[in-house]
Ligand binder design. Sequence first.
Ligand code: ADP
Ligand code: MG
Length: 131
Amino acid sequence: MIKPAAYQNMYAGKILDMILSNGFRIAAIKVLNLTSAQAAKFYEVHKERPFYNDLVKSMTSGTILAAILEKENAVEDYRTLIGATNPANAAEGTIRKYFGESVEKNAVHGSDSDENAIIEASFFFAELDRV
Ligand code: ADP
Ligand code: MG
């Protein structure tokens, strides 16, 4: 996902360019506005965390871009490409280093395991949306 602040700041093209030039294939893509209930469900694993309500609010503050990315070793390689959760700690050359404003507005989401990638992909996309 490209998060609302990054999308609103017109970073989607640059972020997708980094993703494509690092060997990922886009298997599905769309822009949408999440409802609070949808954002709350997506981030349900974090519901006991102190930042949960702010995170849900932030993710519903504007349009997001959701995509399914494919590559050998996609989860690990994508997490390397995006960098640390807090952009202040993200390595040079990473998406969060370039485009993140804060830990909450950290430009992009990435799945943390193959298992969660499958769950998250089917949260946003139907089988027929994929190529
Ligand atoms: P990641 O997105 O790197 O997988 P997490 O799964 O731990 O990170 O957290 C999910 C999202 O919650 C983060 O991308 C970030 O936007 C937000 N978040 C995480 N930790 C904090 C925090 N301490 N304060 C505010 N927001 C946070
Ligand atoms: Mg995570």
